[in-house]
Design a protein around this ligand. Structure first.
Ligand SMILES: [Zn+2]
Length: 418
């Protein structure tokens, strides 16, 4: 503990009850499990979820495993203090995910990616930062709260879900099964350098198919070239991006909005041939949004661009499919959960609260967007390290996160809801 004062004695005791050796054991235990989802190889989150459930059963808790998809279980576990009354009191969710992205070529790693080797303060391995350290910190924090606050007037709901790195099936399943309904606030344990993140960038994923009329390359006038339509569309989207950037400026924590073409193909499928003007071309857009933008308006603008281009060229057609939409999120600075995290921050971290923004969507996006749950994203690990080789996390940062979660939880849950 550092010099600053805790806002209450229970917060101090909860923070102190976090056992660093236990945090390390949990983080290493999780990193050793290769929870990469790969349908072809048959690997998934099952073993990691079982590991989490075992740890919770050892505490006398009763975790529930629910498959979001075959072999892809969510772990859900409630603990409530003896003073808890659901009609009056708060439920704080600790949110995390068990899946990790692929390690790629293991030979490129200095330390084998699933050895979970510790060197000094550093734990190496795929998923160490994103986000097995965060999951370990959440479990350790729950243990600490159970130990020091048996009579707490609140509930902690651990939601450690599958498929954050894919389509976020886990958190969607969790919400659709009603688990989010009584949650009044959530701490999302993603690697954010232990900065308090109240904003997350939004994302839209879009397929665009441009259809023209196929013809021989020697007689382009006999057809309609979808490649030109695609090019015009890409340029128009760039102009729209510039207008949006000029309109919104740079967000303090999220930067600029972007509409980025990431994949182009012509023909849209099948073999390309130099002397054949294809019937169809394809472009994918990766759109990143900030507060002040509406995903509906963005989609409408894309359709308006397409309509203008269709009007300018006979027999040219655009099909726009927004197949994923993850809104930006913005948690109010005066939310009681934010206040609780800020109140314990200086004593745990030894500095005034530091703030950041989440560059991508997380599971928290859907808690916020679908159920209006205030979320605070904060956890151990460098923001840039996930998905790279030689991923690592500092154990001292992980312990600090666990202490912060525990102290914030008892502070937040000590007050009535409303
Ligand atoms: Zn993550």
């Amino acid at each position: 503990m550092k010099g600053s004062e805790f806002p209450n004695d229970l917060a101090r005791r909860a923070a102190e009850a976090v056992d660093p050796a236990r945090v390390q054991e949990l983080a290493q235990g999780l990193v050793r499990i290769r929870s990469v989802f790969d349908a072809e190889l048959g690997t998934n989150e099952t073993a990691a979820a079982e590991y989490v459930a075992e740890q919770l059963r050892a505490l006398g808790l009763d975790p529930i495993l629910e498959e979001a998809a075959p072999g892809r279980p969510n772990v859900i576990c409630d603990w409530a203090g003896s003073g808890f009354d659901v009609s009056k009191h708060r439920t704080l969710m600790f949110e995390g995910h068990t899946d990790v992205v692929t390690e790629g070529d293991p030979a490129k790693w200095r330390v084998p990616p699933f050895e979970a080797r510790v060197e000094g303060d550093v734990l190496h391995g795929r998923g160490s930062a994103d986000m097995k350290a965060g999951v370990a910190a959440s479990i350790a924090a729950l243990e600490a709260v159970m130990r020091v606050a048996p009579e707490l007037t609140g509930r902690i709901r651990l939601g450690i879900v599958a498929d954050e790195e894919g389509m976020m099936l886990g958190i969607k399943h969790f919400i659709n099964n009603g688990w989010a309904d009584e949650v009044t606030g959530a701490i999302v344990a993603e690697p954010e350098e232990n900065e308090i993140c109240l904003f997350q960038k939004g994302a839209m994923r879009v397929h665009v198919h441009v259809t023209g009329v196929m013809s021989h390359g020697a007689m382009p006038y006999a057809g309609v070239n979808p490649v030109r339509g695609l090019a015009d569309f890409v340029v128009a989207v760039r102009d729209y991006e510039r207008r949006e950037q000029a309109r919104l400026g740079e967000h303090e924590f999220l930067g600029l909005p972007w509409l980025t073409p990431t994949v182009t193909r012509a023909p849209a499928s099948g073999e390309a041939q130099l002397n054949v003007m294809p019937e169809q071309a394809y472009v994918a857009l990766d759109i990143r949004t900030v507060p002040g933008q509406s995903h509906d308006e963005i989609e409408a603008e894309l359709r308006a661009i397409a309509a203008r281009l269709e009007a300018g060229t006979e027999r040219l057609r655009f099909d726009i499919d927004v197949f994923e939409s993850r809104p930006w999120t913005e948690t109010q600075a005066n939310d009681p959960l934010v206040r609780a995290v800020e109140a314990v921050y200086p004593a745990v971290l030894g500095s005034e609260p530091r703030y950041g923004g989440v560059p991508g969507a997380t599971d928290g996006t859907f808690l916020w967007a679908w159920r209006s749950i205030p979320i605070v994203t904060i956890g151990p690990g460098d923001r840039e390290i996930p998905h790279q080789v030689d991923e690592f996390v500092r154990l001292s940062d992980t312990v600090a996160s666990a202490r912060l979660y525990a102290a914030a939880a008892v502070t937040y849950l000590a007050s009535d809801n409303g």
